[in-house]
Design a binder for this molecule. Structure first.
Ligand code: C5P
Length: 250
C-alpha cells in the first residue's frame, strides 16, 4: 500500500509529464499560458484533470515555470483532483525539450509507460488518453494521436523579413499528412534514450524517438485536443467547455 493507503500502482500504470513552463507569448500579454483561466479554472488544472481522468494514470509530473513552482503546487492543492493519482511539481527549463527532460528526471522507478502532454491542450478527452496508453502497452515504442489535415500544406523557403512573399518549394500530398497532438505515449526506456541521445531542436517528443529509428505509430486524435496558442483558440476552448457543461454537467 502507498502512503495514502491505496494500492501501489503497478508498472503497467502510466506516468504523465506535463510541460507547462512556456510563457505563451503568442496568446498576448498576461499570465504564463498554463495559468490562464478557461471557464474560471486555470488551463493547467484542466490539463491535469484530463490526464488524471484515465484510470491507467498513476502519476502526473507538472513542469512549472522555474519561478512558479510554489504557485503551481498551491494551485494543485486548491483544486479537486482524483485521489488515486499522485502529483509532483518540478521547475522547467529554457525550451520545451529541456522542460520535458527535467520532468523525466523526476520520475520514480516503476512506470513503464510514460506520456508527455502539453498543458496547452486542456480539453483532450479521456478516450484519447486511454487509446495512447493501450497502444504503448500493446508494444509500440511511441504513439501519437493524429488527425487528417483540412488545409493543403506548402513547404516554402522562409523569407528573411516577416510578411515578404516566400517561394513555394514543395506540396506534400495532403492525404499522407497528419497533424499530431498530445498526449504522446512512450515506452519509458525508448523515451529516456531519445532524450539522452538526440540533439537539435524538435517540436515534439515522438520525432526524437523517430530519429533513433524506432517505430512511431498514430492513433486517432480528437478535434477537442487542439492546442491553445492564439487568442482565437481561447474563444474556441471556452465554447467547447460551455457545450460540455450544457451537455453533461461536466
Ligand atoms: O510553445 P509551445 O506551444 O510549443 O509549448 C508547448 C508546451 O510546452 C506548453 O505546454 C508550454 O508550457 C511548454 N513549454 C515548457 N517549457 C518551455 C517552453 C514551453 O514547458 N521552456
Amino acid at each position: 500500500m502507498s502512503s495514502k493507503g491505496r494500492p501501489a500502482p503497478s508498472a503497467a500504470h502510466a506516468a504523465v509529464v506535463i510541460p507547462a513552463a512556456g510563457r505563451g507569448v503568442r496568446l498576448g500579454p498576461g499570465a504564463p499560458k498554463a495559468l490562464r483561466t478557461l471557464g474560471g479554472t486555470p488551463m493547467l488544472i484542466h490539463a491535469v484533470r484530463a490526464m488524471a481522468a484515465s484510470r491507467h494514470v498513476a502519476l502526473v509530473v507538472v513542469v512549472a515555470p522555474s519561478d512558479g513552482v510554489a504557485e503551481v503546487r498551491s494551485l494543485l492543492d486548491s483544486h479537486a483532483l482524483p485521489e488515486r493519482t499522485d502529483f509532483l511539481v518540478v521547475p522547467g527549463g529554457e525550451t520545451r525539450q529541456e522542460s520535458v527532460r527535467l520532468g523525466l528526471e523526476a520520475l520514480p522507478a516503476g512506470h513503464e509507460v510514460v506520456l508527455v502532454h502539453d498543458a496547452a491542450r486542456p480539453l483532450v478527452p479521456v478516450d484519447t488518453v486511454d487509446a495512447v496508453i493501450e497502444t504503448v502497452r500493446d508494444g509500440a515504442p511511441a504513439v501519437v494521436p493524429a488527425l487528417p489535415l483540412a488545409d493543403t500544406v506548402k513547404e516554402v523557403e522562409p523569407a528573411a523579413v516577416d510578411g515578404e512573399p516566400e517561394p513555394v518549394v514543395a506540396t506534400p500530398a495532403r492525404a499522407r499528412l497528419r497533424a499530431v497532438q498530445t498526449p504522446q505515449g512512450f515506452d519509458r526506456t525508448a523515451l529516456l534514450r531519445a532524450h539522452k541521445e538526440v540533439d537539435g531542436e524538435v517540436t515534439d517528443d515522438a520525432s526524437m524517438v523517430e530519429r533513433l529509428g524506432l517505430r512511431v505509430v498514430t492513433v486517432p486524435g480528437h478535434e477537442e485536443a487542439f492546442k491553445v496558442t492564439r487568442p482565437l483558440d481561447l474563444v474556441l476552448a471556452e465554447a467547447v467547455l460551455a457545450r460540455r457543461r450544457r451537455n453533461d454537467g461536466f
